[in-house]
Design a protein around this ligand. Sequence first.
Ligand SMILES: NC(=O)C1=CN([C@@H]2O[C@H](COP(=O)(O)OP(=O)(O)OC[C@H]3O[C@@H](n4cnc5c(N)ncnc54)[C@H](O)[C@@H]3O)[C@@H](O)[C@H]2O)[C@@H](O)CC1
Ligand SMILES: Nc1ncnc2c1ncn2[C@@H]1O[C@H](COP(=O)(O)OP(=O)(O)O)[C@@H](O)[C@H]1O
Ligand SMILES: [K+]
Length: 522
Amino acid sequence: MKIFSKAQIYAGDTLTSERQKISSIELMERAGVQIFNWMHLRMQGAQVPIHIFCGIGNNGGDGLVIARHLIIHGYNVKTYIVDYNNKRSADFLAHYERLKGVTKAWPEPIHDPSDFPEIAPEDIIVDAIFGIGLNRPISKWVKDLFMHFRKSQAFTLAVDVPSGLFTDKAIENENDAVWAGFTLSFASPKLIFFLPETAKYTAQWEILDIGLDPEFLLTTETDAELIGKAEVLPNYIPRERFSHKGDFGHALIIGGSYGKIGAVTLTARATLSVGAGLVTTYIPKCGYTAMQASFPEAMVITDSHEEKITKINYNIKPTVIAFGIGAGTEGETLEALEHFLKENKTPLVIDADGLNMLSTKKSLLKYLPENTILTPHPKELERLIGAWKDDFEKLDKVKAFTKKYKVILIIKGAYSITVFNDKLFVNSTGNPGLATAGSGDVLTGIITGLLAQGYHPSVAAIFGTYLHGKSADLGALNLGFQSLIASHVIEYLGDAFLDLFLEPEPPAVEKSPEHEEKQKEA
Ligand SMILES: NC(=O)C1=CN([C@@H]2O[C@H](COP(=O)(O)OP(=O)(O)OC[C@H]3O[C@@H](n4cnc5c(N)ncnc54)[C@H](O)[C@@H]3O)[C@@H](O)[C@H]2O)[C@@H](O)CC1
Ligand SMILES: Nc1ncnc2c1ncn2[C@@H]1O[C@H](COP(=O)(O)OP(=O)(O)O)[C@@H](O)[C@H]1O
Ligand SMILES: [K+]
């Protein structure tokens, strides 16, 4: 699903008005009605006090539409105008007039904290103060109003985005934005819903279809995409009846050190479990028996050293190589990596200590084959690209890094982001059960196994991250977050594959009545 930028959303609005010959006032009506419908379906007329806080721009205009329809349907509504600016938008004013037509209880203006209403914990707040138009620092008293919401503990429903968040830059203080329980966002999810510093401002979100021009939605290229089943499924390569293991590649997994052979076992097991034809591990001597005994499907080559990797010598022809898992960063291992990189032409995945070694010797980065996949967790990423001041700077730095070295990088965490060709692929699967030892080793194995089978490196990274998260999601259904361990993620990979072909994913976008009508006509 495309993640549109703020500029694209504004452009889509204008184009939709032109092509569908509807005014922006009517587009605002659609947006507000969609939110009203959403609330009405769930509230069924309940008389819970609803406090609707409207700004003076179009986000506020949406709030006025919601207020009008709730009032018409007999809800217990209080509307407020948060007067942070005297430049009320034309569409806001149009809907202000419409609201005055249905009630004598006109909106109450709020200018400072003395105007803040009392809000009980059982009440509902609708936050329509700022949308994507926020473009400069907010007055102190408006931030105080955000805190007033938070202190009330009332359920807060944000319109489009939690007010106070910028779509393209960080906020300075934690309490400069509304903490929403739910955000109903128009047309497209916003990138800020997926970044560690801003995702926390909304516990849940949903996208509402407001009938933007279909051609615009289809043809506009975005810098970011949310990856779900619909996005990965077209890449799936089916198995031929007469296929044999030689068709699915031979993966070589290089890593391990004394006490960390298990990491390589997990990676190798995941590589084979995702469909690679053959897997060979290259590990220090001490791991030989453990590997053979615990994972009989894998072949083993040992380093001459008992406890670490010191020379990378093998006489097989791997299709893909994964390097670094549990390898340590000892001097001889770094030398082995250096020699290896200077000779190697085979596609690569680099993880864990492989990344740490590249960070200590950045001159080696130029030897990475094009489209090498790097899978750092946040600390490894910081070692690789240096510290960042906020999530947006982090994304810029990663884009510059991947461009410079022509690599693919996965920023791991909740909503892992694969950066490839200047584009962000935001993964939608996964859960906190993955915050457990070895889950990253499994991800490396999954990606390596997909590469071995001939998936393009960008697909291996994006599809692999999806399958890894999906496996964990299915595992967590039986095990809960706490009991899920890395081995389970491997065990549930089969279910993750089968799930691709099971029931369709529920639509990410709640369809508008206009959309349903058009579908019927078609
Ligand atoms: N396709 C869509 O997504 C649609 C979006 N609509 C709504 O329109 C919103 C965007 O509306 P606007 O562009 O009017 O902007 P907002 O309502 O988000 O922003 C408020 C207004 O205040 C001004 N402003 C910005 N920062 C300020 C600050 N710190 N202090 C004081 N004033 C400030 C801005 O210039 C802007 O006009 C969306 O978020 C959405 O809610 C809908 O009405 C229609 C369709
Ligand atoms: N809270 C979370 N939600 C979703 N995915 C997570 C979460 N925490 C961790 N993960 C995923 O788990 C993996 C952890 O990788 P990593 O930190 O390298 O683990 P390890 O080094 O133990 O193998 C990554 O793929 C990451 O995206
Ligand atoms: K808002």
